[in-house]
Design a protein around this ligand. Structure first.
Ligand code: TRP
Length: 473
């Protein structure tokens, strides 16, 4: 069907990852995420989608200045580090209208229980419980919905592989669960509408790279903005020198041999050095290099790597229009992928262009009086009121009910009951889903062998059809 996108003949591996825009890029981000992602994007059999997860940022930060700065800094940093926007689709999450749209479609198939199990949400609840607070104190629905938004980021592009840190593996599993659930519910409708085979949503794989360097920070713990121990990637030269000189070391004196393997300074060095440089530094450690000399060499090494990138970083930050253009072009490419998919998914759930649909059967609406309505096509259809039960008391003191159709014709006439309750119980039984009446040899209507009443001016089929319309869900 030409209305929907055609499948690609040649499928390359699509790799997608997001960067939350809450902080300033540091050496740990560079070695652990930026550099490996850029290297991977140069591989010709992959199609890379990298984006700034600026909607995710709002979950963690409610400081607009910080979010605004971070997305500019991260955009400039990735480009300055060598990301080529001509070969990679590089965009801001908030520029892709299809992501929040898909988020809603996915929200409606996601079990609340699944989200209750998300680590980030659970950690917040556990912390509240520990301090005797209300379990959900300070927990926003944004934090709760985080995994669904992330699933939409990925599923909107049919990504195959998602490079993430260990802490994100659960989110990838959830993205798969959510995608699978969508496929299960809407797969048939999607295949019918599009004429395609397969599934509407691709289930992504997490890619956790064990070889990627995790850098220690100034204090030896993992470099992270939450520990306040980072070395920002683009510090001015002098600041960079000072920061590196403040890396915490032990008290071994110059001349004393030092163990490279348990030195975090060495680990940082190794992340930027060639094999030869690494081997030489290991030797120097064994030979008793002083900590200040080792730091000086680390600074030189980092400065050599960073200086040219810093220059383009600063240049880009000074040209916001250029950055904006690059990201808008990325968004255009990204939306060209997501929009056709979303159109299919919306159609699959029942949200499609009216012109593509057959006219629906006329719905019988209790609020409408019997009337003749004319449809825009030339069919004339009469709409009648739905059937209904009437309860009443006769002069014999007994309680009766009857079932009448929309025009007031009697379908079932009950015998007299001793109480209104008894008559009401019959009505309730008749409204139960799947109720089907039979006729006994005397012409009485029966439900499972019990007499319900006599048949009015109708056929048994019409009576049963009326009961189907009336059943309680
Ligand atoms: N949640 C991820 C993180 O904090 C960032 C992210 C958002 C992401 N959407 C994504 C990563 C989609 C991969 C795919 O690291």
């Amino acid at each position: 069907m030409a209305r929907f996108r055609q499948s690609k003949d040649i499928m390359s591996i699509r790799v997608l990852t997001g960067i939350t825009t809450t902080g300033t890029p540091h050496l740990g981000n560079y070695a652990g995420a930026i550099r490996p992602a850029i290297t991977a994007s140069k591989n010709s059999d992959v199609e890379s989608f990298y984006f700034l997860a600026d909607y995710h940022a709002l979950i963690k930060a409610d400081d607009p200045v910080r979010v605004a700065q971070s997305r500019q800094e991260l955009a400039a940093a990735w480009l300055a580090c060598g990301l080529d926007p001509a070969r990679v689709t590089f965009y801001r999450q908030s520029d892709i209208a299809e992501i929040p749209q898909l988020t809603w479609l996915l929200t409606c198939v996601t079990g609340k229980g699944l989200l209750n199990r998300a680590h980030a949400y659970k950690a917040a609840v556990d912390k509240n419980n520990e301090i005797g607070e209300d379990p959900d104190a300070g927990v926003t629905a944004g934090l709760y919905m985080y995994p669904v938004l992330m699933a939409a980021d990925i599923l909107a592009f049919n990504a195959h592989r998602v490079p993430v840190g260990r802490d994100q593996v659960q989110h990838l599993e959830m993205a798969r669960d959510i995608g699978q659930r969508f496929n299960h519910i809407y797969g048939d409708a999607w295949r019918q509408l599009t004429g395609k085979t397969g599934e509407p949503l691709m289930l992504p794989e997490a890619q956790v790279d064990e070889h990627v360097a995790t850098l220690p920070g100034l204090d030896g713990r993992k470099m992270s903005k939450s520990y306040n121990n980072t070395i920002p990637l683009f510090l001015p030269t002098n600041e960079m020198r000072k920061r590196i000189m403040s890396i915490v070391t032990d008290s071994r004196a110059p001349g004393e041999p030092k163990d490279a393997n348990d030195s975090h300074l060495f680990q940082i060095y190794r992340a930027f050095a060639s094999d030869t440089q690494t081997a030489a530094m290991r030797q120097a450690f064994a030979g008793g290099i002083s900590w200040s000399e080792a730091k000086r060499q680390l600074f030189d090494l980092i400065e050599t790597t960073v200086a040219p990138m810093r220059e383009s970083y600063l240049r880009l930050l000074q040209r916001p229009g250029e950055l904006e253009d690059i990201l808008r072009e990325g968004a255009r490419k990204a939306r060209a992928e997501a929009a056709p998919l979303l159109e299919e998914l919306k159609a699959a759930v029942g949200l499609s262009d009216f012109r593509t649909l057959p006219p629906p059967p006329i719905i019988i609406d209790a609020g409408l009086a019997p009337a003749e309505i004319t449809l825009s096509s030339n069919a004339t259809v009469s709409i009648s009121k739905p059937p209904s039960f009437k309860q009443y008391r006769e002069s014999d003191g007994r309680f009766y009910f009857k079932l009448i159709d929309g025009e007031g014709k009697v379908l079932i006439q009950s015998p007299g009951h001793a109480s209104p309750r008894e008559a009401g119980q019959w009505i309730a039984r008749l409204k139960q889903t799947g109720t089907v009446l039979e006729m006994d040899t005397e012409g009485m209507l029966c439900l499972n062998g019990e007499a319900v009443g006599s048949m009015g001016d109708a056929t048994l089929a019409a009576i049963n059809e009326a009961l189907v319309q009336l059943h309680d869900d």
